[in-house]
Design a protein around this ligand. Structure first.
Ligand code: GLU
Length: 478
């Protein structure tokens, strides 16, 4: 249950989470899921869900790439609190932290040249040692460097002991501190490294929980060094609770690639025709569950979500499941809303009112918005109807003769209702000694130009008397 003070179960501080995507041109489905988890966790505790755009790679971080992320989150219904933080704007603060660490003796200037570092790595490689900075300037007097020589600022990491993370998803994970080298905080050109920027931003944003992909677990061990080093330098540097969520794999267990559906959220919307509530629910169910409940409303998700219940193993992305779920959501969705969405796909000829009216019939069959729009297309076709090959194949001479009788019979029908039309055609089928299907097939071809459509009487009613008869007559034998 959401607590009014916004405190998390074990912690004393109000929950603050953040989602920190890099603008790479699309909102990857895996990222969207960690964004969803961060958002849900904060909402569950009545805390704050913050958004930070990690736009330090200026070449990739175009406004367009940023908009794709914002648009995708908005579409999924994940509204974040406060102002969006742009990491690139915070470089002066990142620098300030590095300089404070330097002044406090917790970081140092390293004058090693790139040639020296390459040599060092080469020697390590040859000796089959792990490649990491060897601390050569850690205790050296900077005065030994030649005047004006470029330098980086490196953090002094602990030489012994271990760093332990009680990860909310991964459990207890630890690393021997000897494995964590004195990594760079500020480059020789004065620019902050990603490792520094992330942790400074997390702390300044007051994040209590870092929920992200488990590809960042190794980074956490380094980011913690900065947090620990800032103890006594500045107030408010408290280790957050980490939750490293396993990556999504394809349904064959391999790393998710384009062929499995590793597309941007926008492609799920635009190309696959997925509804946002279906993707929301599907992503929620990837790696998290509550008994065997399949569908969760947004409110239920907020009430029930618990990061501790996210599984450690990779979850498998199954596009078929997503489509089935989407079909269920389509059937539950409001008709006028679906009509509007379908109309966008159909184009200018679509009539939203007619679509709304047809929706109860149309939506029973579709798993995605493309199928829904395709299924509705017959309503807006113009005469002469374009025929699929299969449909044209059904309209032989005999069928055309029957269509003219059908036209005469239906033309005389005073009640254009499903019941009346059904009774009428059934009577004709009986007269001919045929099953109703035999009559319905060419009739469907004439009315829709296709061999699949909603029930034939629904089609007749939706098209209305005039248009139905005109379409039948256009195919009937003269
Ligand atoms: N910007 C990083 C990414 O998109 C996430 C960094 C983080 O969550 O700490 O992978």
């Amino acid at each position: 249950m959401a607590s009014s003070e916004g405190n998390c179960g074990g912690g004393s501080r109000p929950v603050v989470t953040r989602f920190a995507p890099s603008p790479t041109g699309f909102l990857h489905i895996g990222n969207a899921r960690t964004g969803l988890f961060s958002w849900l966790y904060a909402r569950h505790f009545g805390g704050k869900a913050l958004l930070r755009i990690e736009d330090t790679d200026k070449q990739r971080s175009t406004q367009e790439a940023i908009d794709v992320i914002l648009d995708g989150l908005d579409w999924l219904g994940l509204e974040f609190d406060g102002d969006t933080v742009f990491q690139s704007e915070r470089a002066p603060r990142h620098t300030e932290v590095a300089e404070k660490l330097l002044a406090a003796g917790k970081a140092y200037k390293c004058f090693a040249t790139s040639e020296e570092l390459a040599e060092m790595r080469e020697a390590q490689r040859a000796a089959k040692q792990p490649m990491r900075y060897d601390g050569r300037w850690r205790d050296r007097d900077p005065a030994e460097a030649s005047a004006g020589a470029p330098f980086t600022i490196r953090i002094k990491t602990p030489e012994g002991g271990e760093t332990v993370i009680e990860d909310a998803v991964q459990g207890r994970v630890k690393v021997d501190n000897r494995e964590i080298d004195d990594f760079i905080l500020l480059r020789a050109d004065g620019s902050p490294t990603y490792m520094l920027a992330v942790v400074v931003d997390d702390m300044d944003m007051g994040c209590t929980h870092i929920i992200r992909g488990d590809d960042h677990l190794n980074n956490a061990f380094r980011q913690i060094q900065v947090i620990d080093a800032m103890q006594g330098v500045e107030d408010g540097w408290e280790r957050p609770i980490y939750a490293h969520v396993p990556l999504i794999h394809g349904n064959d267990g391999a790393k998710l690639s384009k062929r499995h559906g590793a597309m941007g959220v926008d492609a799920y919307r635009d190309e696959l025709g997925i509804l946002p509530e279906a993707l929301f629910n599907y992503l929620l169910r990837l790696g998290w569950g509550h008994g065997d409940q399949e569908e969760f409303s947004r409110e239920e998700a907020i009430a029930l979500f618990d990061i501790n219940a996210v599984g450690k193993g990779p979850s498998r992305f199954d596009i078929k499941k997503l489509l089935n779920m989407n079909g269920n959501y389509i059937r539950e969705a409001d008709d006028a809303r679906l009509a509007k969405l379908a109309a966008e796909r159909i184009g200018a000829q679509a009539d939203v009112e007619l679509l709304t009216q047809a929706m109860p019939v149309l939506k029973t069959r579709a798993r995605d918005m493309n199928e829904l729009a395709d299924g509705a297309a017959f309503l807006f076709k113009t005469r002469p109807l374009e025929m699929t090959e299969k449909a044209a194949g059904l309209l032989d001479e005999e069928a055309r003769i029957r269509l003219s009788s059908i036209s005469a019979r239906l033309g005389a029908e005073t009640h254009w209702t499903i019941e009346a039309l059904e009774a009428n055609l059934k009577a004709y089928a009986e007269e001919l000694g045929l099953g109703l299907g035999k009559l319905a097939q060419p009739l469907r071809a004439a009315l829709t130009g296709q061999t699949t459509s909603p029930g034939i009487f629904d089609v007749l009613v939706l098209l209305g008397r005039e248009e139905s008869l005109a379409r039948i007559n256009a195919q009937a034998a003269a």
